[in-house]
Design a protein around this ligand. Structure first.
Ligand code: FAD
Length: 385
């Protein structure tokens, strides 16, 4: 049995962010660390977009930035200037390679490529089991679904955010690289809330992604046909080649994730980093890991407690999920009302869980109280019962 200070279970966005952060700090970079992932040969499997003011922790990896976001729906359409926020894009493989290369200079970090079959607390140590053995540590930072199954996420109002995106290259200049189509709801809403985003990174290159907030995913060829139709008939592009494909399913749930259990610290998606009402996760992972690492740096237990703000935004997200899941108001109408009646900077701050109660009320007054308020009151009563 081998013992480490920390074991990182899962070397994806959260695991590698954690690794990068501890190795960047003088008093943590000597820790003996084991990183286990069944797939260490990273592929370019995803692209992360997020907005922020100022520089990102991974600013050097930012591939493209936009200061203008286009919102389109049958209810409201506008190109929104989001300054001083900037919408940024990081390519998955750039991030993976950057952190893995950085970690190579540390002989105290060991990587093993194996399937994790168990994560437990044993004798006040974290214990990880794989087919080749058992490893123990002071703390385990887990981003795999071993401690929480995907079925746990299913609540009566949970949805799946599922999407397929293709990067296309055209022969002629077509795209405006100064603006990103953030949400185009002008497509059919028959299957549920659906929108397309178009992220142009050169006049001839863009990522076009078709996204749903619904209960069930589609067949791959159904996404392909929808993407083809959008590119041909909405973007009016006939001649293009596909240079990259990505597919994802993100839980949109009001399930309360267990953030820690003695020696096991859940991070990333399984640590509750997904914003339930939008699916945005990347920036939440950065915030979550920075808070955990700050506690480790101060030699404290890396336990993130649920704050009042966490509970407040959990309630808002839960209400929104119920409204959409029970079809009390359509997702495109809700987002259109919010973007129409508020400054985009305020909407982005709200979606970042950073608004105060007065700002929350301003956003909430954009949507019909008669639909949202009874659901919110019912949820509050349920939590007190
Ligand atoms: C295609 C795609 C695009 C996305 N785009 C955005 C975006 O634009 N903006 C945004 O904010 N969020 C986005 N997300 C959501 C979110 O940011 C990502 O899902 C993010 O990668 C989640 O990080 P994570 O560390 O929790 O999980 P992952 O990055 O999925 O990492 C989990 C790791 O655990 C490993 N693992 C799992 N089980 C085992 C096991 N049993 N044994 C060993 N290893 C195991 C996996 O191989 C993986 O490396 C996107 C997600 C996808 C899939």
């Amino acid at each position: 049995m081998k013992h480490y200070d920390y074991i990182v279970c899962g070397a994806g966005c959260a695991g590698l962010t954690f690794l990068y952060e501890i190795l960047s700090l003088q008093n943590l970079q000597q820790k003996k660390v084991l990183v286990i992932d069944s797939n260490l040969q990273k592929e370019n499997d995803r692209t992360w977009c997020f907005w922020e003011k100022g520089n990102s922790r991974f600013e050097n990896l930012v591939y493209h930035k936009w200061e203008n976001l286009h919102f389109n729906s049958t209810h409201f359409s506008s190109t929104l200037n989001i300054k001083p926020c900037v919408y940024k894009q990081i390519i998955g493989i750039d991030f993976y390679n950057y952190v893995l290369d950085f970690a190579k200079q540390f002989s105290n970090v060991t990587f093993i490529k194996e399937e994790i079959i168990g994560i437990e607390n044993e004798n006040n140590l974290g214990c990880v089991k794989t087919n080749s053995g058992t490893f123990t540590a002071e703390y385990i930072f887990n981003s795999t679904f071993i401690t929480t199954t995907r079925n746990d996420f299913k609540t009566p109002n949970s949805l799946l955010q599922h999407f397929k995106g293709i990067e296309i290259e055209t022969t002629e200049n077509y795209f405006n690289t100064q603006q990103a189509t953030f949400m185009d709801f002008s497509i059919s809403q028959n299957l549920g809330t659906a929108f397309v985003y178009v992220l142009a990174t050169s006049p001839t290159k863009a990522l076009v992604e078709y996204t749903f907030f619904t209960k069930n995913i589609l067949l791959q060829n159904e996404y392909d046909n929808l993407l083809k139709d959008y590119i041909n008939n909405t973007l009016k592009i006939k001649d293009y080649k596909i240079t990259h494909t990505e597919f994802g399913v993100i839980p949109m749930t009001d399930f309360v994730f267990e953030k820690y259990n003695n020696r096991i610290i859940n991070i990333g998606t399984v640590g509750g980093a997904v914003k339930a009402s939008t699916g945005f996760t990347f920036k939440n992972i950065q915030k979550q890991i920075q808070q955990i690492v700050a506690l480790l740096e101060q030699n404290k237990k890396p336990y993130l407690k649920r704050s009042f703000t966490d509970r407040k935004f959990h309630l808002y997200d839960s209400v929104l999920l119920e409204v959409i899941a029970k079809n009390k108001m359509k997702g495109d109408e809700i987002f259109a009302a919010i973007f129409k009646k508020n400054k985009p900077q305020l909407v982005l701050k709200f979606l970042d869980n950073e608004t105060n109660i007065f700002e929350d009320l301003k956003i909430m007054s954009s949507v019909p109280t008669r639909i949202f308020l009874p659901i919110a009151i019912q949820k509050l009563l349920n939590t007190w019962r």
